[in-house]
Design a protein. Structure first.
Length: 294
């Protein structure tokens, strides 16, 4: 195996920042920081710089970042990051490139997940995939012809906001469903299902039905070859898989569903590897000489 260049992946959340040094699809050094969510934006930037410095080595070729918010990818400016009030408009790319003198790419966290599955995970074999994160929200990243398609402000694939029944897809296809409809956290539903509790099994079947409907909307929109599921709700997959597949079976274009593959992610450190994969996918397209770090 050749000596692959190292990349730093950064996952920025409202409660933590996870930074990892990635090589050959593995996180070889990492640091986790508590996010000073209510601090001024400059303080949070300084904390991220300090964290990167802890894992940086001279042979790092660049940095990839996933954030829970809107991103102007061309400028590297993040907008309205969830749970960080001061991050309304932050030139994250410019700040880190100026400090470290290496290229930086930024997108939202769902796009980073899809990139990670394409480069390092179960999406490798497919040209067109959707990566869906099922957690506190319902986020989708889109790979078309082996490239990440993120649209303006990295907001392509926000299927969770589509109206569905009396609310949105996210309300029925994420962890919100268990809390909002039944008042039970998803982890508790899973534990009860594992114990054979019939009510929990019925709840997960209902969830699978709604998720199948959400997937049909994605099939109408982008018709991927594969859908890779990630996020905390994925741990319940065996319990909702059948109902999900039954729901998808009503999709009218049988050649689309006959070739469709749906898998759960098996990547550890998926957020870090996704951010690193973002750099690899975007950096290939950066024309030589487009940036100068003197």
């Amino acid at each position: 195996m050749g000596e692959e260049k190292k990349v730093i992946g950064i996952d920025i959340g409202g409660t933590k920042v996870h930074i990892g040094l990635v090589q050959h699809g593995k996180v070889i050094k990492e640091v986790r920081l508590s996010t000073s969510a209510n601090a001024p934006k400059e303080q949070i930037l300084d904390e991220i710089v300090d964290g990167v410095a802890q894992v940086l080595t001279p042979d790092v070729e660049g940095i990839g970042i996933g954030v829970p918010g809107l991103v102007d990818e061309e400028q590297g400016i993040v907008h309205n990051v969830q749970n960080i009030p001061s991050w309304r408009e932050v030139n994250l790319r410019g700040h880190l490139e100026e400090y470290f003198r290496i290229p930086v790419f930024v997108t939202n966290d769902a796009n980073a997940f899809a990139a990670g599955e394409k480069i390092y995970g179960k999406g490798k074999a497919y040209n067109n995939i959707a990566g869906i994160t099922l957690g506190t929200g319902f986020g989708t990243g889109i790979i078309i012809d082996n490239s990440l398609y993120s649209g303006k402000f990295s907001s392509a694939g926000e299927f969770g906001g589509i109206p569905y029944l009396d609310q949105t897809l996210e309300d029925y296809c994420s962890g919100k469903f268990f809390l909002n409809k039944y008042g039970i956290p998803g982890a508790k539903v899973q534990k009860l299902a594992e114990e054979g509790d019939q009510r929990a099994l019925d709840i997960l079947n209902e969830y699978g039905h709604h998720l199948g409907n959400g997937i049909k909307i994605i099939l109408y929109a982008i018709s991927p070859e594969a859908i890779i599921l990630g996020g905390s709700v994925c741990s319940c997959f065996p319990y909702f898989k059948g109902a999900m597949e039954n729901s998808i079976a009503s999709f009218p274009f049988k050649p689309v569903t006959d070739q469709l593959v749906i898998k759960c992610s098996s990547i550890g450190n998926s957020a870090i590897l996704g951010a690193a994969a973002l750099f690899k996918m975007r950096n290939i397209k950066e024309p030589a000489g487009d940036k100068v770090f003197a």
